[in-house]
Design a protein around this ligand. Structure first.
Ligand SMILES: O=c1ccn([C@@H]2O[C@H](COP(=O)(O)O)[C@@H](O)[C@H]2O)c(=O)[nH]1
Length: 231
């Protein structure tokens, strides 16, 4: 598989557990995501170690701060050799454009995407924040992200077909909240199965616990990949 669709979320408590998983899979089977828990405990060295093993690494730190701070943080991420990095679209136009410009000045840059609405959020939680229902808020932030020249967004697969129409074929749609039919939903709300997500227009599926907490993580990953090959 040259372009694996599955990005495994390495939400492990320490570097040893993350490296043990990475030692059991190959860069042809999946990409890897390092998020807040693992980065806070294991830091940049772990990211560099995964990159050195040949994996495409998505550094999922969801930066959200003033423009200069976010741009510098994303440049620091680029120096680690990561494949993809992200910010929160709700940080606004100036933040996204400043970060895009900072990365475009580099000889080699990671993909830059923006989080729209977290997949754990439902309509009631958004209403509490004074925001419209998920699809409307996701579309608004995705349009802004595209206008700022970023490469794509994080959204739920439930919004993928809408955004594919609005943002075009090249715009990357990275979708967490993926749940095989027999998996626990956990704290996710806007979910979809792996094959339905790809059919809806997702480019990449972020999958954590359904793989990493399963009895046989490699077999689960293989099963998901096989279900996608049939499409
Ligand atoms: O909207 C978002 C953005 C990021 N995530 C991250 O994806 C994984 C999902 O893990 P699961 O175990 O498959 O639920 C996790 O690292 C989140 O931080 C997201 O879920 N939703």
């Amino acid at each position: 598989m040259n372009d694996p669709k599955v990005i495994v979320a390495l939400d492990f408590a320490d570097a040893a557990a993350a490296l043990a998983f990475a030692g059991r899979v190959s860069p042809n089977q999946c990409r890897l995501k390092v998020g807040k828990e693992l980065f806070t405990t294991a830091g940049p060295h772990l990211v560099e170690a995964l990159v050195a093993k040949g994996f495409d690494v998505f550094l999922d730190l969801k930066f959200h701060d003033i423009p200069h701070t976010v741009a510098q943080a994303c440049k620091a991420a680029a120096r680690l050799g990561v494949w993809m990095v992200n910010v929160h679209a709700s940080g606004g136009r100036k933040m996204m454009e400043t970060t895009r410009d900072a990365l475009e000045a580099l000889p080699q840059r990671p993909l830059l995407i923006a989080v729209t609405v977290l997949t754990s959020m439902d309509e009631a939680q958004l209403a509490e924040l004074g925001l419209p229902e998920p699809a409307a808020q996701v579309e608004r932030l995705a349009r802004l992200t595209r206008d700022c020249g970023l490469d794509g967004v994080v959204c739920s697969a439930q919004e993928a077909s809408l955004l594919r129409g609005v943002c075009g074929p090249e715009f990357k749609l990275v979708t967490p909240g993926i749940r095989p039919a027999d998996a626990s939903v956990d704290d996710q709300h806007r979910i979809m199965t792996p094959d339905a997500a790809i059919r809806a227009g997702s480019d990449y599926l972020v999958i954590g616990r359904p793989i990493t907490q399963s009895a046989d993580p490699v077999a689960t990953l293989d099963r998901i990949n096989q279900s996608l090959e049939l499409l």
